[in-house]
Design a protein around this ligand. Structure first.
Ligand SMILES: [Zn+2]
Length: 154
């Protein structure tokens, strides 16, 4: 079972009055290891389907680093960096500092994905709250929006 959210937006080309609208996928997990072998093909299929840009959402340290790398390498890609509530038990002491450094990259557009997940209970609530607080503080400090984990409770 995946520990992060398992949804994703499905892009479609919109046409209205003969004009074509570029779509932006605002929640893509293409920094996940599952895309390591065919990422270029995935991005090209997205482009062919009208997805002109995507926001690659990090959910732990490795995927946040990879999201920034992808954003640097491809002008279609922007990044978020953060720690999903179901990944907070893997969090090491230096994650906050590293995520904070990554968040200052000009192609990072939000902090997250983060939030509180009381449904799946993979991680202690107090650890989730602590991680959410420092990510909210980081977002506030940098003036960035927060990408909420969509499966979390409100
Ligand atoms: Zn997600």
């Amino acid at each position: 079972m995946s520990r992060r959210c398992d949804h994703g937006s499905k892009g479609k080309m919109l046409e209205s009055s003969g004009e074509t609208t570029m779509l932006i996928d605002t929640h893509a997990h293409v920094s996940s290891p599952e895309f390591a072998d065919d990422l270029a093909a995935v991005l090209e299929r997205g482009t062919s389907a009208g997805v002109g840009q995507l926001i690659c959402v990090g959910y732990d340290l490795a995927t946040s680093r990879r999201a920034v790398e992808l954003a640097e390498a491809d002008p279609r890609v922007f990044a978020t960096v953060g720690v999903h509530p179901n990944s907070v038990t893997e969090e090491a002491e230096d994650w906050r500092q590293t995520i904070g450094r990554l968040a200052q990259h000009p192609r990072v557009v939000a902090i997250g994905e983060t939030g509180l997940d009381y449904y799946r209970e993979f991680t202690p609530v107090d650890d989730q709250k602590r991680a959410l607080r420092w990510q909210l503080d980081l977002a506030d400090e940098l003036g960035l929006p927060v990408r909420r984990a969509p499966s979390t409770t409100t």
